[in-house]
Ligand binder design. Sequence first.
Ligand code: HEM
Length: 416
Amino acid sequence: MPDSRLPRDGAPDSSFALWREGYNFIPRRCRRHGTDAFRTRLMLKEASCVQGADWAEMFYDGDRFTRRGGLPLSALTLLQDVGSVMTLDGAAHRHRKGLFLDILGPEAAYRLAQVARAEWERRLPDWESLRAVTLFDEMRELLFHAVCDWAGVPLGPEAPQRLYEVAEMVEASARVGPNNWRTHLLRARTEHWARQIIREARAGHSMPKGTALESIAQHRDEKGRRLPARIAAVELINVIRPTVAVARYIVFSALALHRRPEMVERLRTGDEAFAEAFAQEVRRLTPFIPMIGGRALRDFEWKDFHFSKGDWVLIDLFGTDRDPRLWDDPDGFRPERFLDRIPGPYDLIPQGAGDHATTHRCPGEWIAQELTKMGAQMLASLDYQVPSQDLSVDLSRIPAIPRSGFLIGQVRQATA
Ligand code: HEM
């Protein structure tokens, strides 16, 4: 049971409010109660919702929480699946996390961004020949091909179907009912495909050296056993699917450039520090994963609060990234804030907090940052029109995206 000193949010069950309010659910209630943490009931279960850097440290530091039982099963099985790194704890988690940090670190992210840049240049003539393209669709397709190429994953004529499946896993993760079940069927097909790739790689048919595919196919667990093909396949999907999801950050970059056209010029000058800061600010403000849930692994005290084994705690990533105590003008798009500030482990947390190696913090942060930077620089290198369309972002929809998907027309390479 959550600590009774935390204020209780009124309703007997707040699931409907969470569904209706989406990203604003926790921030609104924290403001209402004048606190960083409150108790509520979600899906008929007691939960504590928390936000801010202190609570992020409590949630991520010290091995206090497991992700098992922390996310609704319907979301977990679309985003990670049973047996994946996210569902592991302790030594087994650290060992498997080492695999991800080996294959997704800064150098690998840089190489992937180079592949994506080349893919962008290859596709540009097509965009130029069309009246308009939907950036969200184009970016998902581009990133899918780039990540498969970089990871050593062969693609055949089934590529459009596989792309559709991985994109749907992200879009349907917060849906309930038939839409979510349908996506589980799609996921089963992707897993079948990924298992085939792992088996063929292990049989020596196609395993390009030094690739993510090779590392995953050959990985051994902390006891020296090779991963079952089913788990290796899940981890391969855990590299492909979230890389495709970075398309969202590129769309939000386009939205920011549309609203702040003076930033296009600054990106065009080749100012690397500004491009880095721009991508950080896009990651801070994009409404993507609103919160992460965990179950307490044991009883513990933190500050004046008591938590019991099994307690369900949800940390508000979206609200912490817009916390006015951490960020001046928290809702303003101001990349300059990152020019003289290196984010700490618990303030900029769109992809989790703490130490990558020992917590569940996302190992794909370097990739997300590099690809967002690449996307912003490449967008700035173009001239295009933004036709009239609905660019509103509905914060009750998780994950959020401008309604139109961001149409661009009359695309041309900008002249110097
Ligand atoms: C598109 C932007 C991304 C966002 C918003 C995002 C967000 C997150 C979040 C919130 C977590 C969970 C942290 C936790 O449980 O506390 C996570 C975990 C994870 N992410 Fe990402 N991520 C993104 C991109 C990526 C990329 C590009 C990859 C791989 C190429 C990746 C692979 C993973 C993996 C494997 C985990 C599980 C880590 C663990 O349990 O230790 N993510 N991500």
